[in-house]
Design a protein around this ligand. Structure first.
Ligand SMILES: Nc1nc2c(c(=O)[nH]1)N=C([C@H](O)[C@H](O)COP(=O)(O)OP(=O)(O)OP(=O)(O)O)CN2
Length: 154
């Protein structure tokens, strides 16, 4: 059985690898639709509130009104330098790759899985017209690709 839950957060990002509008630092209202695989026990399965109790604070603490940033983006070093010099703290959500919706979906799928939930798929909406549907097969393939890249680098 699948339970769908919807969440949102606001975050800044840019994609430093693209030479168009997406290279500019800008913000989105990200929408998240989680498709949780659950098992029925009597009249109920997992309570809707059990998802909210974990997902809402996770989004609020780690993503909302923060900035998604790739460690390889030169802006990351600049922000770290600024924080070190001034003591000002920015809420940065650090990704190993460019902050595309595809990479964000991989990271969030991993983090939500680590919370103990089993996702069938995750939809990440970046704009009014653009949504990525990221399945468990996509996640497995992404993990295999990352492991192969890691092995090649060693
Ligand atoms: N496959 C991907 N394509 C694009 C991504 C992405 O993560 N994966 N990201 C972007 C940009 O970040 C951009 O912010 C969103 O682009 P776009 O949908 O073109 O934005 P608009 O709001 O201008 O689109 P409308 O169709 O006018 O709503 C680009 N591509």
């Amino acid at each position: 059985m699948i339970i769908q839950k919807e969440y949102k957060f606001y975050a800044a990002h840019r994609n430093e690898e693209l030479y168009d509008k997406c290279r500019n630092l800008h913000g989105h209202r990200y929408g998240l639709r989680c498709f949780f695989e659950v098992k029925r026990s009597g009249a109920l399965s997992t309570l809707f509130g059990d998802f909210d109790a974990k997902i809402e604070p996770y989004l609020k603490d780690q993503y909302d009104h923060g900035m998604l940033i790739h460690t390889g983006d030169s802006l990351y070093a600049t922000l770290q330098d600024h924080m070190q010099r001034t003591g000002e703290r920015f809420k940065l959500k650090v990704l190993d790759g460019p902050t595309s919706v595809e990479n964000l979906a991989h990271k969030m799928f991993t983090e939500i899985t680590e919370m103990g939930f089993r996702l069938q798929q995750l939809e990440v909406r970046e704009t009014d017209t653009s949504v990525v549907t990221y399945t468990r097969d996509d996640w497995d393939e992404h993990n295999r690709d990352m492991a192969a890249e890691q092995a090649a680098a060693n």
